[in-house]
Design a protein around this ligand. Structure first.
Ligand SMILES: C[S@@+](CC[C@H](N)C(=O)[O-])C[C@H]1O[C@@H](n2cnc3c(N)ncnc32)[C@H](O)[C@@H]1O
Length: 367
């Protein structure tokens, strides 16, 4: 059986883990491998419930985004809809694939430079945007322990189940850490984030900034800057332009996990909009566009299909070959990454890269 095409084995693993999560007393979420495999009851830790951050401006919801982006060609959807509980879990699996160099390189940079970053920023609070499973952020908490720095942690993400599971795991490993998981959409503005006293280190990892167009990236970083004060810092992970083969492989892993992640978007639409996308009629396509310096990820319809969105009382007629643009991932040069940070109002305090130049970790200071 071609697992990469069907993704059946992934569904089986997802179901199995999901069942385990239920056994552990939660409704949804993701447990780390060691905890899952061990099947040893652990002492109960405080349960986390996310602080919901309401929008400070009007942002389209799924129905509006579908109406705007999906009903007529050219079709597209914002990437935030990937991240339901299953999509977040699939993203974790992507990060573990041998092809996905981004996570490995960024993690190595954090391990190497985390201590000097913490020594310089001396944060009272680490505020992380798009925190996911917070796995790499552990390098910063380790550095806090090594430098006797005590701070709080405020992860901000769109996926509540991931935030809650990540917070519980972190709490068991870093008992001193005061964690406030915050659920919301960072496109809806940062004006309602709870105020913090003391120095802040804002963190935006995983090359998530690449999902913004360069103009929107600048706007978002400027907004972050406007919420910080002199003496605060921003730590930013940026993926770099490199050999097209390396980038293409990262977004087309051999086990088909990225394909399953992409297709999961249709499952989200089926569930949320009572739609009837037949997932077998769509295939994953992702390629680095060297001219535009970005990966373009699509779902391609492989045969004519009519799809009903019952909750919206709409029908879409797809033709064979029609595409839905599901994600852009911009890549930067060393200089463009620094310019982005500077144009947003930060002074580049540190800029680290691995010897292969695959990834940039930038520390920006608010002057
Ligand atoms: C590429 S993943 C990176 C995750 C993690 N920071 C890492 O480096 O592995 C993007 C993360 O951003 C979150 N995210 C995406 N769009 C978002 C939005 N509009 N508001 C808040 N979080 C969002 C996703 O749920 C996901 O956890």
């Amino acid at each position: 059986m071609n697992f990469a095409r069907t993704g059946n084995w992934l569904s089986a693993v997802w179901q199995d883990r999901h069942a385990m999560v239920a056994y552990d007393g939660k409704t949804s979420g993701v447990l780390p491998n060691n905890m899952y495999n061990a099947r040893i009851p652990r002492p109960r830790l405080p349960e986390f419930t996310c602080l919901v951050i309401p929008p400070d401006r009007a942002v389209p919801g799924l129905v509006e985004d579908v109406r705007e982006g999906l009903l007529q060609p050219p079709r597209s959807l914002p990437p935030k809809y990937f991240y339901d509980a299953k999509g977040s879990w699939l993203f974790e699996q992507i990060c573990r694939t041998p092809e996905y160099y981004l996570t490995r390189n960024e993690d190595a940079l954090l391990a190497e430079h985390g201590r000097s970053i913490i020594a310089e920023a001396r944060p009272d609070q680490i505020l992380e945007f798009g925190s996911g499973n917070s796995h790499k952020t552990r390098r910063l908490f380790d550095a806090c322990e090594q430098t006797a720095t005590r701070c709080s942690y405020a992860p901000f993400d769109v996926c509540a189940s991931m935030l809650e599971a990540a917070s519980e795991t972190l709490q068991s490993d870093y008992r001193w850490l005061e964690i406030t998981p915050m659920q919301g959409d960072y496109h809806a503005g940062l004006g309602r984030l709870p105020p913090a006293s003391g120095r802040r280190l804002a963190v935006f990892l995983g090359s998530t900034i690449g999902n913004f167009t360069p103009g929107d990236a600048l706007g978002f970083l400027r907004e972050i800057r406007s919420r910080l004060k002199p003496g605060d810092y921003l730590l930013l992970g940026v993926d770099r332009i490199k050999d097209k083969c390396v980038i293409d492989a990262a977004y087309n892993d051999g086990r088909g996990i990225t394909a399953a992640f992409n297709l999961n978007l249709l499952r989200v639409l089926n569930r949320e909009l009572a739609a009837d996308f037949n997932l077998d009629c769509y295939r994953h396509r992702a390629e680095f566009n060297e001219t535009r310096e970005r990966v373009e990820m699509h779902l391609v319809c492989s045969r004519d299909q009519r799809v009903q969105l019952r909750r919206m009382r709409e029908t879409i007629a797809f033709r064979k070959g029609d595409e839905i643009l599901t994600e852009l991932s911009y890549k930067y040069t060393w200089d463009k990454a620094e310019k982005l940070l500077e144009d947003a109002g930060f002074a580049v305090a540190r800029h680290c890269q691995p010897t292969n130049g695959y990834f940039s970790l930038l520390l920006g200071r608010c002057n």
